[in-house]
Design a protein around this ligand. Structure first.
Ligand code: 4UU
Length: 536
């Protein structure tokens, strides 16, 4: 790790630079960048539906992309419009993103387990004008559309058939005549994807990732070699930045063969790994725990050789046990955020257990004291801050939240970390209020806003409590209005009907007489968490 000393008045700044050589990032559009790479391995299989076995070669991905772009253009979509993707993992996910991007559309990826309430909010906030979905999700989409007259969805494109919706297949079979060239692109300004993240605080916000952000991150990842034809599992959701960029985009540059699965289901997961001869899998710690502990795994003959883990902490013991049980080469860890496209740190074999590795190319970091803001040195814990081409442009229509997150050009991750003398980083704690259930984001402020809609609730707060299987689970603290006699479980049930399954109050609900708050009225979640952890 190289250190750079700069003098800024009286303060000595200590920034960490990447140990990797810097990389050149072309000034081009995402679609142009990807499709030119796909030309190099046209005849190889790019992506396969793990359920139906249907495959697309790279050449077919290119052709379907251009036809779909033509059909979308005929339907009136133009550069700058936003479209939402509300589909479970499938090969068509890639085609839709590429086609929309070829036209200069912004793509807002939606969690496919969202309720109509959650979907409605994202469609409104992102101002999406079309939605791509699965046939069985159409009723939910229609429910969302009926909730607000302000949603301006012109078309529901459906992957299959559903009455009143346009089948995606008709787009992919267009004559291609309307699409003559890729949309011009100002790669550092134009937003390419708009996933949602709560960041350090508050409600989910649209994260504006530019073409440059995404292209940079996939080029920065090239320190992690992938072979042509390498078989990879696409089980992590493509709507989340890890599945989208690290699994779907990065690997297809090199001619890998991705097998998609729409959801985790033990038998389907293991039989796909076995039957499709998967060599490399991108996973999250709870799936690694499953592979390490579940007796079923013994019944399968797996040829996995490498796993990448990210989105939540992976302990040393689990890492060693899993590596040994499966007889694989290694489990490497990656670290990042939606706001950083996502990768910031990556470990490479031989792995350093518990470490999330070193800074990837073109990336700088500093660790700052959370109280004084002073820059800290090796083995000192503080907030990790990042600078690099992968850092988002900002949150959509939220300049204050953006300014809170990016200060003086540094993105404040809200994670507590330190690094050793060799530049290996360790993430030790989360400073921000975000809860992660199995690697999925659960923003406490969002759950609180839902709990507060209950007519008997006066006030509330949500925190994450440790859970062996899921990492963390959300727990609610509720102040009831006077003379109300609902039960804790009633509140939990009420929430369950309104939010996606990963946001359920699995950590329980506790009635309290008041919520601890700062003088400025901010919920002191730390107080609740410390109280819970100390068993009081
Ligand atoms: C401890 O989860 C992500 C991104 C995951 C990712 C990134 C690079 C996976 C593989 C990879 O190579 O994004 P978000 O926005 O959903 O959540 C971001 C937060 C971080 O701030 C941190 O608190 O998720 C947590 N996190 C991790 N924590 C992400 N990766 C790790 C990790 N260890 N490896």
């Amino acid at each position: 790790c190289h250190f750079k000393f700069q003098s800024h008045g009286f303060i000595f700044m200590l920034h960490n630079l990447s140990v990797h050589p810097s990389v050149d990032v072309p000034d081009t559009s995402f679609a142009s960048f990807m499709l030119s790479k796909y030309e190099k391995h046209k005849n190889l299989i790019a992506i396969e539906n793990g359920i139906t076995g249907e495959t697309y070669t790279y050449d077919q991905v290119i052709t379907k992309t251009l036809k779909t772009a033509s059909a979308l253009k005929k339907a009136g979509y133009k550069a700058g419009d936003t479209v939402a993707i509300f589909i479970r993992n499938s090969p068509e996910y890639l085609v839709i993103i590429l086609a929309a991007s070829a036209l200069g559309l912004v793509i807002s990826t939606v969690n496919s387990s969202y309720t109509s309430f959650e979907l409605c909010r994202q469609l409104l906030d992102s101002k999406s004008s079309a939605i791509f979905t699965n046939p069985d999700l159409v009723p939910l989409v229609k429910e969302a559309l009926a909730t607000s007259s302000k949603i301006n969805i012109k078309d529901i494109f459906v992957l299959g058939n559903h009455h009143g919706c346009r089948p995606l297949s008709s787009l992919m079979e267009d004559d291609g005549s309307a699409f003559t060239e890729l949309a011009p692109c100002n790669s550092k300004e134009d937003t390419m994807v708009l996933p949602y993240s709560s960041g350090t605080t508050g409600m989910p916000k649209g994260v504006m990732l530019t073409h440059h952000n995404i292209i940079s991150n996939i080029i920065q990842l090239n320190i992690f070699p992938i072979d042509e034809k390498e078989r990879l599992l696409g089980i992590l959701p493509f709507y989340h930045i890890y599945g989208m960029v690290v699994v779907l985009f990065y690997n297809t540059l090199y001619g890998a063969h991705i097998v998609t699965l729409p959801k985790f289901e033990p038998e389907g997961f293991l039989s796909t790994l076995q039957n499709k001869k998967i060599q490399m899998a991108h996973l999250v710690p709870p799936l690694i725990l499953f592979l390490t502990k579940h007796p079923m795994v013994e019944d399968y003959n797996l040829c996995l050789r490498q796993i990448l883990s990210g989105a939540a902490p992976l302990g040393k013991d689990l890492c060693i046990e899993c590596t040994e049980r499966l007889g694989i080469n290694s489990i490497v860890q990656g670290y990042g955020l939606t706001e950083t496209s996502p990768v910031v740190l990556l470990d490479l074999p031989p792995v350093k257990y518990s470490s999330v590795g070193t800074l990837i190319g073109n990336t700088e970091s500093k660790i700052v004291d959370t109280k004084t803001g002073q820059i800290l040195g090796p083995m000192e814990s503080g907030e990790l801050c990042i600078r690099g081409p992968q850092v988002m442009k900002g949150y959509l229509n939220k300049p204050e939240a953006t300014a809170e997150m990016i200060k003086d050009g540094w993105l404040h991750t809200g994670d507590i970390a330190h690094y050793d003398e060799n530049g290996y980083f360790y993430i030790t704690e989360r400073l921000k209020e975000l809860i992660k259930y199995k690697g999925f984001q659960v923003p406490p402020a969002e759950l609180e806003s839902v709990i507060l809609t209950h007519s008997d609730v006066q006030d509330c707060a949500v925190i994450g409590i440790p859970d062996e299987l899921a990492g963390e689970v959300p727990r609610g603290y509720v102040v009831l209005k006077k003379d109300k006699n609902v039960k804790e479980n009633d509140i939990a049930k009420y929430i369950e009907n309104k939010v996606a399954p990963h946001k359920k109050l699995r950590g329980g609900v506790e009635f309290v007489s008041e919520i601890p708050k700062s003088a400025a009225g901010k919920i002191l979640r730390r107080v609740l968490k410390d109280k819970y952890l100390s068993g009081k």
